[in-house]
Design a protein around this ligand. Structure first.
Ligand SMILES: *Cc1c(COP(=O)(O)O)cnc(C)c1O
Length: 389
C-alpha cells in the first residue's frame, strides 16, 4: 500500500445517506420558490416528527444545540442556576447551559447502558434538596442511540420538581418500553446534523406536549418578532428556525427512518458476530428496557486481554482508510469545563479510555463491515501483551 492510499479515508463513521425521496421533495421546495424562511415543508416536517416521536408538538430548528438552548430558556434557566448534565456526551449537551449563565453539574454513567446513573442522580437530588440547592433542570442523553433508564429518572425528577430535557440527538427511532426516544422529558431534542440518523444538512427539533411552549419556542427562534407590520421586539430572541428547503430534505429522510435504523441494527449485529470470539473486545451494553437505534456501534478494548489498546486499533484502521473515533471524552474532563462539579465519573472515564466507535452508517455494505472487523482483528499486538498494565 502506498502512503497516499494509506491516508485516504474510504469508510467514514456515519456519513449522510441521501435517497430518492429527498430529491423529489427538495426539487418541490425549490420549484415552489419557497426556499426560506419556513414554509409548508417546515409545517409538514414538524407534524411528521410529532407523529413519529409520539409528542404533541415540534418546533423545527437550525440545530440540536439550538433546541437544547431554547428548552433550557423556556424552563427559565438563568444565571446562578445549576443544571445536571450527563457527562458522557458531545459538548453540545452542556454548552447551552453556559449560554444562559448557569452552571453544568456533570453526572456519571451507569454500566447497564452507559447513560446517566439513576443512583447517582438520586443521591445528588437528595443531597441538594437537603442543602437547599436544587438543580433547575436535568439534561439527560440517550447515548449512541440508546434511551436512558427513564423508569427511574423521570419519577426521581418529578419527586424533586426538576424538569427533564431529553437530549435524543442521537436517538431518533430508538424506543424505551415501546415509547419513542424524544418523548420522555418536558422537552425532547433531536439533531439533524449530517452524521445523525436523519439529516437536513444541519438542523434540529424541539419536542414537547405543551402547545403554548412549543409555539413560544418557534417565536423565540424567529427573533421574537411581535405581530406588527414593522419590526417590533419586546424580548431578546434567536435566529434558530429551519428553512423550507432543509425541511423538505428532512421529510424525505424521515420517510426511510425505519430502513435506516434496521440497517444500523444489521451493521451492529454483523460486527458482533464477526468479533464475538475476539479476547478483550466487548460491545457497548444494550439495556433490557428498550431498543436502541445503534446510531454508532461502539466496542471496548481491554489492552491486557487484547494485547493492544483502543488507540492502537484506531490507528490501524486509519492507516487502512477507515475512520473510527474514541467514545466521547467525558465533559468533566474537558478543559472548557475545568472546575465544574462532577458526581462520580469513573464509568465515563473508563468508557473513554477503552471505547471505540466504528463506521456505522446505513450505506455500509456487508463487505465494508467485514473489512472493518478484519482490521480490528488484525491490529498488531504489542510484545509486552498483558504485562505492562
Ligand atoms: C449531535 C448532538 C447534539 C447537537 O446537535 P447539533 O444539531 O449538531 O447542534 C447534541 N447532543 C448530542 C448528544 C449530539 O450527539
Amino acid at each position: 500500500m502506498t502512503a497516499q492510499q494509506a491516508t485516504a479515508t474510504r469508510l467514514f463513521l456515519s456519513p449522510p445517506a441521501v435517497g430518492h425521496d429527498e430529491h423529489a421533495l427538495v426539487a418541490d421546495a425549490l420549484a415552489s420558490g419557497w426556499v426560506t424562511p419556513l414554509g409548508p415543508h417546515v409545517d409538514a416536517f414538524e407534524a411528521e416528527l410529532a407523529a413519529t416521536c409520539g409528542v404533541g408538538h415540534v418546533a423545527a430548528l437550525s440545530s440540536g444545540t439550538a433546541a437544547i438552548h431554547l428548552a433550557l430558556h423556556l424552563l427559565g434557566v438563568g444565571p446562578g442556576d445549576d443544571v445536571l448534565v450527563s457527562t458522557l456526551t458531545f459538548i453540545a449537551t452542556a454548552n447551552p447551559v453556559t449560554y444562559l449563565g448557569a452552571r453544568p453539574v456533570f453526572v456519571d454513567s451507569e454500566r447497564a447502558s452507559w447513560n446517566l446513573d439513576p443512583d447517582l442522580l438520586a443521591h445528588a437530588l437528595h443531597h441538594r434538596a437537603r442543602h437547599g440547592r436544587p438543580p433547575k433542570a436535568l439534561v439527560v442523553v440517550d447515548l449512541f442511540g440508546q434511551c436512558a433508564d427513564y423508569d427511574q429518572i423521570v419519577p426521581l425528577c418529578a419527586e424533586h420538581g426538576v424538569a427533564v430535557v431529553e437530549d435524543a440527538a442521537e436517538a431518533l427511532g430508538a424506543t424505551h418500553r415501546g415509547r419513542p426516544a424524544g418523548s420522555f422529558g418536558t422537552y425532547g431534542v433531536l439533531s439533524f446534523n449530517g452524521n445523525k440518523i436523519i439529516t437536513t444538512g444541519g438542523g434540529g427539533a424541539l419536542l414537547g406536549d405543551d402547545a403554548g411552549a412549543i409555539a413560544r419556542a418557534r417565536w423565540l427562534g424567529s427573533q421574537a418578532r411581535e405581530p406588527a407590520a414593522h419590526y417590533e421586539h419586546r424580548e431578546v430572541g434567536f435566529n434558530y428556525r429551519l428553512s423550507n428547503v432543509s425541511a423538505a430534505l428532512g421529510r424525505g429522510q424521515l420517510r426511510t427512518l425505519h430502513a435506516r435504523v434496521e440497517r444500523r441494527h444489521a451493521v451492529n449485529a454483523r460486527y458482533r458476530s464477526a468479533l464475538a470470539e475476539l479476547p478483550g473486545v466487548a460491545f457497548a451494553p444494550v439495556a433490557p428496557w428498550g431498543r436502541p437505534n445503534h446510531w454508532l456501534t461502539c466496542l471496548t478494548v481491554d489492552p491486557a486481554a487484547f494485547g493492544a489498546d483502543r488507540e492502537d486499533v484506531r490507528l490501524h484502521l486509519a492507516a487502512h482508510g477507515v475512520e473510527a473515533r474514541p467514545a466521547w471524552k467525558p465533559l468533566h474532563r474537558q478543559p472548557v469545563f475545568a472546575g465544574c462539579e462532577v458526581v462520580g465519573g469513573d464509568v465515563a472515564d473508563e468508557v473513554f479510555a477503552t471505547g471505540l466507535c466504528l463506521p456505522s452508517g446505513p450505506a455500509l455494505t456487508d463487505a465494508d463491515v467485514d473489512l472493518v472487523a478484519d482490521l480490528v482483528t488484525s491490529t498488531p499486538r504489542r510484545r509486552t501483551t498483558g504485562t505492562h498494565r
